[in-house]
Design a protein around this ligand. Sequence first.
Ligand SMILES: [Zn+2]
Length: 92
Amino acid sequence: MKLKPCPFCGNEVEVEKIPLWYGNGHGYKDCYEFKIRCKKCGCRVDQPENDSVYRSEEKAKKNAIKAWNRRVFEPPINVSEAVRRKNNETKQ
Ligand SMILES: [Zn+2]
């Protein structure tokens, strides 16, 4: 899946992979969350809140990229639109 460029400066963005395992029996072994960050201005989208990070690394990454791409080109017009989209997401 392709990452769209930063909406603010047009620069390339990178995917940051963060392990959820903190050692000493804490956290989730072999699980990762992903953040998308602009290399230049540092604006960032965090891993969307769902349980994909605990199931599939690939899926978690896709969800993070989807969240970034959506923010870049389809900002919610208002709150009710945002809620409608959120509801659609959970249905799928
Ligand atoms: Zn930027």
